[in-house]
Design a protein around this ligand. Structure first.
Ligand SMILES: [Zn+2]
Ligand SMILES: [Zn+2]
Ligand SMILES: [Zn+2]
Length: 126
């Protein structure tokens, strides 16, 4: 198990697989700056420059992009699972680690999102 604590600019948001109950989060794509640093002063198109995003509660850190909001293949693109927010809404607070991908959110050996958990790394408990 690679249950690393997710450290967002040294501000712990939570752990992967942990249920988050806030609604406003730091934008994962721009890391809360509101700007896309690699492109000068371009406003972040995920949060419209606000630096924060809203995700309905409950939510989890996106396993597919590890909360960075970036596409695994092209880091200038947003993550297809969380749309760049770094956090994804889940249907239930009663969740468990997806055993198919072991919480990684992606299928073994390939970069495609896990079909069972849809890249979230967790599934609702049965
Ligand atoms: Zn942003
Ligand atoms: Zn993501
Ligand atoms: Zn999975």
């Amino acid at each position: 198990m690679e249950w690393k604590t997710f450290d967002w600019k040294n501000q712990k948001v939570g752990q992967k697989g942990e249920v988050l109950t806030k609604v406003v989060y730091k934008c994962g794509f721009c890391k809360g700056t509101g700007f896309i640093s690699s492109k000068g002063n371009t406003k972040c198109f995920v949060c419209s420059g606000a630096g924060t995003v809203q995700v309905p509660s409950p939510a989890v850190i996106c396993a597919y992009c590890n909360g960075e909001g970036r596409s695994y293949l092209n880091r200038d693109l947003t993550c297809i699972i969380c749309k760049g927010k770094g956090v994804v809404n889940v249907n239930s607070k009663d969740i468990e680690i997806c055993q198919t991908c072991k919480g990684r959110g992606r299928e073994k050996g390939v970069d495609l999102p896990c079909l069972i958990c849809k890249g979230k790394g967790i599934i609702p408990k049965m």
